[in-house]
Write a protein that binds this ligand. Structure first.
Ligand SMILES: Nc1ncnc2c1ncn2[C@@H]1O[C@H](COP(=O)(O)OP(=O)(O)OP(=O)(O)O)[C@@H](O)[C@H]1O
Ligand SMILES: [Mg+2]
Length: 319
């Protein structure tokens, strides 16, 4: 039986008269990196603030290691390390002084543990420099070190890659994978970028307008939507190209788009085969582009066309 570290069910939150979190339900297991994916304003930060007790909930349940956060807050929160929005650090102190300061505040953290987390986040070389000299990536890592000091079972990070360059993102990804795989932590990460979630996470909950619209393995999700190929032909060859593509068993859907372009859904590993079939049928291929799925595509599919995105009622009139 998988070890559920974080269990959230039917979570709700209203601010004033407006409900911003309607119904959030998901579980996060030990040893997995779980993504919380949604566009700006979907309710990611609000949910995370409730998970760590920075905001109250108006319904539902949050359990950490089986303990109710609402009934036994200190016992539940002791198992959590988190960074909400930005890591808070004293810039005029060194990295080590910051960690020592937080260690004193949280109580039972040994000097050995401080050394251990410094090594883990690979900040040994810079730990005695002032934080104001750190790059954003280094600050982020110091933040994670701080969040790990008290050996949490669950690490919560709100949009941890914001502002990082590609190298910084790669580093962070490596760390997060190690935390889950080697240390067995449950890691919960929010993001508005599908590509990031795809690279970092095992499972994902997709949220929109305060509701979970899909939960599942990242691979399964991507397989459902991935692999769109756009072909370019001479305009008068398009009709014939569509016919040929439709005869191929591994091509799922074919539709002409703009003049000279035909799109299809297919396994991109079989592009060469499709290309050969077209050429053999006397249809010269002028261009091939494999397109990766965007978060926008996912939403359009999952929300059935994404119609009423603008129709939410903000500031409804009092009764
Ligand atoms: N204190 C508040 N008062 C009123 N509305 C709020 C408050 N906090 C958040 N909201 C609203 O709740 C919704 C969800 O906000 P939240 O910050 O949780 O989204 P998010 O998914 O974290 O977005 P982002 O990707 O921009 O960080 C938004 O529509 C926001 O305007
Ligand atoms: Mg946010």
């Amino acid at each position: 039986m998988a070890d559920v570290v974080l269990s959230v069910s039917g979570l709700k939150k209203a601010i004033g008269r407006r409900t911003i979190i309607h119904d959030i339900t998901f579980d996060v297991m030990a040893g997995e990196v779980f993504g919380f994916l949604g566009p700006n304003g979907a309710g990611k930060t609000t949910t995370i603030r409730m998970l760590v007790g920075l905001a109250s909930a108006d319904g539902g349940e949050i359990r950490i290691g089986g303990i109710s956060l609402f009934d036994r807050f200190p016992d539940a929160i002791r198992q959590v390390g988190c960074i909400v929005e930005n890591p808070e650090m004293y810039k005029f102190m060194t990295g080590r002084e910051n960690l020592e300061h937080f260690a004193r505040m949280s109580g039972d953290v040994t000097a050995e543990r401080i050394e251990e987390v410094i090594r883990f986040v690979e900040l040994t070389h810079a730990i005695d420099d002032k934080v104001k000299t750190y790059s954003l990536g280094m600050r982020q890592r110091l933040g994670i070190a701080q969040a790990l000091l008290h050996r949490p079972r669950l690490l919560i990070l709100d949009e941890p890659t914001n502002g990082l360059d590609p190298a910084g993102i790669r580093e962070l990804r490596r760390f997060i994978r190690r935390l889950a795989e080697e240390e067995g932590l449950a890691v919960f990460i929010s993001s508005h970028l599908l590509s990031e979630i795809e690279m970092m996470c095992d499972r994902v909950a997709i949220i929109d307008k305060g509701r979970v619209i899909s939960v599942g393995a990242v691979n399964t999700l991507m397989a459902q939507f991935a692999d769109r190929v756009e072909w370019t032909f001479a305009p008068d060859a398009c009709a014939r190209a569509v016919e040929v593509l439709r005869t191929l068993s591994f091509v799922q859907e074919v539709w002409p788009s703009v003049e000279g372009k035909v799109k299809c859904r297919m396994d991109t590993e079989r592009i060469a085969e499709a290309n050969q079939a077209l050429v053999e049928a006397g249809v010269p291929v002028l261009g091939i582009a494999a397109r990766t799925v965007t978060l926008e595509d996912l939403f359009l599919t999952l929300t059935g066309g994404g119609a009423d995105r603008e129709t939410q009622h903000v500031g409804a009139r009092p009764e």
